[in-house]
Design a binder for this molecule. Structure first.
Ligand SMILES: [Zn+2]
Length: 397
């Protein structure tokens, strides 16, 4: 039987022509999911540290005390409204960086609430057997993924190593709440996160186009469509050289490339290409119609643009609020034992050592255990550019 390959789109598309994620409270599937959360859902702390969403964890934990865990309509509207305001403020200062993402705050934030909602089982249950079947289908579709070549040293990766977090066995990637790729060829997936993506796809009623899916006569349940997107996204970090650029690019200050900026380049590039190629995007993630290989021709151009926009955005954060400048607090000096928050990933950890260069080593802390601690987590500048020293090492979510 001849196989129909699902190649990635190679034509150049004009701005405004690729369907990128957009959402509003008026969307029927958004209303449907809000109603399901309010009717059947209960706030539940995620099994793994919900680092990135730590602020939301605290918000929900606090607000649902009086409702016995119930998440109300009001609570959802308040949280999303607050995040929209925040996004609009920052988008006004860095319009290119948030150009596209400001259109998807509703679905993005609702998905994060959904992640912390315990609900009766929805569609298909995540299974590693089905996952591997999906991987084989993806690799058959995309020749560039097989064999996978490491851009860094031009060596072919003989074996792709998959790791699953959140299934009872400890892994070195347990602090990653989503999925990640490493230069050594590990691809790690947080199973509870994958399950939530599948539940969401089920509730939205997504119908993927691939022939591998049940809807089109295949044997993979339709709910796996977001997992396909995620697998391809992680493979793309590897085959498109994000680990390579990580090493060679210099920022405008002449310093080593900023990890977060490199991550944004990779995510914008891959997510745009996947959407352009007809894949259904995830409800969350970094999408940009103005930063991708249809707008720029070189990686470094994207890097420089994001770097410049991030500076503008940071300026927005500094001058934010009414009444002008607030007095600057004295710079924070890290001490062993302090609980700190990575201001990029919102990961919370306890400082276990301070390195000679001023960076710190941290041990992840479950935010759930912090609610009763006497002092709130400190914002910790030293962890920036040095995330998870003790954790998974160089990874790209
Ligand atoms: Zn990524």
């Amino acid at each position: 039987m001849s196989r129909l390959h699902e190649a990635l789109e190679t034509r150049r598309f004009a701005e405004g022509t690729v369907k990128l994620p957009q959402s509003s409270f008026q969307d029927p599937h958004i209303q449907n999911i809000i109603n399901i959360i309010v009717k059947d859902g209960k706030f539940k702390l995620p099994e793994l540290v919900a680092s990135r969403r730590d602020k939301l964890v605290k918000y929900l934990a606090q607000k649902t005390v009086s409702t016995g865990g119930k998440i109300t309509h009001q609570l959802i509207f308040d949280w999303i409204g607050k995040q929209e305001t925040r996004m609009n403020k920052v988008a006004a200062k860095a319009p290119i960086l948030y150009h596209t993402m400001k259109n998807n705050v509703v679905a993005g934030e609702l998905f994060h609430i959904f992640q912390m909602t315990e609900l009766p089982p929805q569609g298909a249950k995540f299974s590693t057997v089905m996952f591997y079947e999906l991987v084989r289908a993806v690799q058959a579709d995309q020749e560039s993924f097989f064999p996978m070549e490491n851009f860094l040293d031009r060596r072919r990766l003989r074996q792709v190593n998959f790791v699953f977090m959140g299934v009872g066995k400890k892994t070195r990637y347990d602090s990653v709440p989503t999925a990640c790729a490493t230069p050594g060829g590990d691809f790690a997936f947080n199973v509870p996160f994958c399950q939530k993506l599948m539940d969401w796809a089920y509730l939205v009623g997504e119908k993927p186009k691939g022939l591998k899916y049940v809807s089109n006569g295949g044997d993979i349940p339709d709910e796996y469509a977001p997992i396909e997107f995620l697998i391809m996204h992680e493979f793309m970090h590897y085959v498109n050289g994000d680990f390579y650029y990580d090493k060679i690019i210099r920022g405008s200050n002449g310093q080593k490339a900023d990890q977060m900026t490199i991550n944004w380049v990779g995510d914008f590039r891959s997510n745009y290409l996947l959407c352009k190629s007809g894949y259904q995007p995830l409800p969350i993630g970094l999408y940009n119609d103005m930063i991708n290989y249809d707008r720029q021709t070189r990686y470094k151009e994207m890097y420089d643009l994001i770097e410049q926009q991030m500076k503008l955005a940071k300026g927005a954060a500094k001058s934010g609020g009414k009444g002008g400048k607030k007095p600057k607090p004295p710079p924070y000096v890290p001490k062993v034992g302090d609980v700190v928050e990575n201001n990029e990933t919102w990961e919370v950890g306890e400082i276990v050592a301070i390195n000679a260069d001023g960076t710190v080593e941290v041990k992840p802390v479950d935010p759930a255990t912090l609610s009763n601690s006497p002092s709130p987590a400190q914002p910790a500048p030293p962890m920036v550019n040095n995330p998870a020293v003790n954790g998974p090492g160089r990874v790209k979510p």
